[in-house]
Write a new protein. Structure first.
Lengths: 76, 532
């Protein structure tokens, strides 16, 4: 989780990723943030995040993002 | 059938009555029949294209669904014996097959849209190019009729197909129901472009008549009619004069004229959308919002989150995201990071994807170089916004300017407003040269020598009409301001004293009947976006 938080904070230092659970619903992250984030996650964790994963439930909180990452690391 | 015609009103009333009288399980059939009647009344031959899209998308979605099932069965049947690598291989093979089906359907449907909408544009441009290169050849223009709503229903159907491909929605099983999804009449004229997961259940499901909901729907439609007939059609008179005769006017008049074009197109388009959403709401169907007080935007990026929302979200989900997440763009990102450093290098592929996306947004609006310019202009300012974000924040920090204070917000709104008006020179002018000439004239002769006569006199609207225009613009501004602050207007009105409520309804209906622009050319004044 620490790794993920530091990635998130680098992209948006102004956002409280520890507590916020409505990152997408409250439009805190915009489409550019998402793309930057996906790029970082893909290269850092060596996973492939397809467009079908870009749904609010996967990105609304740091915990949700971590869950997505772990799921993609396990899948084939 | 124009939304503002008596015939349409009769059609709608009949449809609503029948809708709530028939047994619930037939309600969707009423909608389907109504939608096709509406379509055939407008454009009988073009219905063929609607049917081609319906059939092709429906069957391709089912085909993709069947392939997914086959793949799942294959993997689960051999789950024990297959290695991770083998599973990956089978998955990729299945994916490729589904992708081919998808691409085939997309080529067919976008091919139709492209040919009908843009053939002449390409013919003319190519002929022009030949002339420059001294090649003696002409590509003939074709006299093609654009089917009603083709830009909208094509996007809505292909969006569905892509969602099926991505596994986001399950393919529809019933082609008649799917035909309703494609042709639903409140959306077909000018959107909003819907998503299957939001809309299908509502369309196919059953609805009870609800008085409050019907009342709210009617109010919304009334507001839409007001925006279209009292505001937009009135402003149109001045707009036509400014664009038709710009050399006769000074910069401030031209700029105001283009501003009025923004008002016209907003009143016309959002008015039409409100009528659509209001009608649908009466029947219990919730169509997505397409506008969120666009002139309160604090940046061009913000503007496109408030203007024609269903289009910009479609472009984001089906063009911007796939492009910027594609392997080629990821590879591009690696090279640009090497050359330009981490921060800028990371942004360049995103910027490129953004420009391409807005190029599409631009040309979606029309087959003209002005729209190409319009698209790129918007894309460029969004990129500029991102590039200047950090330096601006540093500047504000140094000078103690509050980032969230109202002062800074107003500045942003005004700057964005000017940028938006400038962009509109390009979406209304007949060609690029004229747009540029108008801009040049605006800049060079901005302040008139003598404004004692007023700005918009002798331009088609008499003084009373001009005063009325100012009044209704103020009303519009007030309503939008309240909405921006989150006030739920229809609920608020419902809570008022009965006399206040009826006064508001009376004024609204009265204004539409008396102040609606029923000019000599009234019948010809159709929704601007209906030509899409």
């Amino acid at each position: 989780m620490e790794e993920l938080l530091s990635i998130l904070e680098e992209i948006r230092p102004d956002v409280d990723f520890i507590n916020n659970e409505r990152l997408i619903d409250d439009k805190i992250l915009d489409s550019f943030d998402i793309i930057s984030l996906v790029g970082e996650l893909a290269s850092h964790y060596d996973i492939e995040i397809g467009v079908e994963n870009l749904v609010p439930v996967n990105f609304n909180s740091a915990a949700a993002i971590l869950e997505l990452v772990q799921k993609l690391q396990e899948s084939y | 059938m124009s939304y503002t015609s008596g015939l349409f009103f009769i059609f709608l009333l009949t449809l609503i009555v029948v809708y709530f009288v028939v047994p619930k399980r037939f309600q969707w059939i009423v909608l389907l029949l109504g939608s096709y009647i509406f379509y055939l009344a407008a454009n009988p031959v073009s219905a063929l294209f609607l049917v081609v899209t319906t059939i092709s998308v429906f069957y391709c979605a089912r085909w993709i669904g069947k392939e997914e099932e086959r793949f799942s069965r294959e993997v689960s049947a051999n789950a024990e014996t297959l290695t991770r690598e083998q599973k990956k291989h089978i998955r990729n093979k299945s994916r490729r097959k589904k992708k081919l089906i998808l691409i085939g359907a997309l080529i067919l449907n976008f091919g139709i849209l492209f040919s009908l909408k843009y053939f002449n544009f390409f013919a003319n441009s190519t002929t022009y190019l030949f002339n420059i290169l001294s090649i003696d050849a002409t590509i003939p223009r074709l006299d093609l009729l654009l089917p009603l709503g083709i830009s909208f229903y094509t996007f809505q159907s292909t969006g569905y197909l892509i969602d099926v491909f991505r596994g986001k929605v399950k393919p529809d099983e019933n082609i008649a129901k799917f035909a309703l999804f494609v042709s639903f009449f409140p959306q077909i004229v000018q959107g909003p472009i819907g998503r299957h997961d939001e809309l299908a259940q509502q369309l196919y499901g059953s609805h009870e008549f609800d008085y409050t909901r019907a009342k709210f729907g009617l109010q919304l439609a009334l507001w839409g009619l007001f925006k279209k007939m009292v505001i937009a059609d009135r402003a149109a008179i001045l707009v036509d004069e400014v664009f038709g005769n710009f050399a006769a006017y000074e910069g401030v008049t031209i700029f105001s004229g283009v501003f009025l074009y923004c008002v016209q197109i907003y009143g016309d388009f959002s008015g039409g959308i409100d009528i659509s959403r209001g009608m649908a709401q009466i029947m219990g169907i919730n169509l997505r919002e397409n506008f969120k007080q666009p002139f309160f935007a604090t940046s061009i990026a913000d503007f496109w989150r408030r203007w024609h929302i269903s289009l910009s979200e479609w472009m984001r989900d089906y063009i911007f995201y796939p492009l910027s997440l594609s392997h080629s763009f990821a590879a591009l990102g690696k090279s640009t990071r090497r050359v330009f450093g981490s921060r800028l290098g990371k942004l360049i592929p995103i910027f490129l994807a953004q420009l391409i996306t807005f190029l599409f947004v631009g040309i979606w609006h029309g087959a003209n170089w002005t729209f190409v310019f319009f698209g790129l202009y918007n894309g460029l300012f969004i990129i500029l916004g991102i590039l200047t974000e950090q330096p601006l924040n540093r500047f504000k920090g140094r000078h103690n300017i509050s980032l969230t204070g109202i002062g800074w917000r107003v500045v942003n709104v005004l700057i964005t407003f000017v940028l938006v008006v400038i962009a509109r020179y390009f979406s209304r002018a007949p060609d690029l040269v004229t747009a540029l000439r108008m801009l040049k004239r605006t800049a060079l002769t901005f302040f008139p020598i003598d404004i004692s006569g007023g700005i918009f006199t002798e331009m088609g609207l008499n003084e009373k009409n001009l005063q009325l225009l100012v009044v209704v613009l103020l009303v519009l501004f007030l309503v939008e301001l309240l909405q921006e602050r989150g006030v739920q207007l229809r609920e608020k009105i419902a809570k008022q004293h009965v006399l206040v409520r009826w006064a508001i309804y009376f004024i609204a209906v009265f204004s539409i009947l008396i102040f609606g622009m029923y000019g000599i050319n009234y019948v010809a004044t159709d929704f601007i976006y209906m030509g899409f």
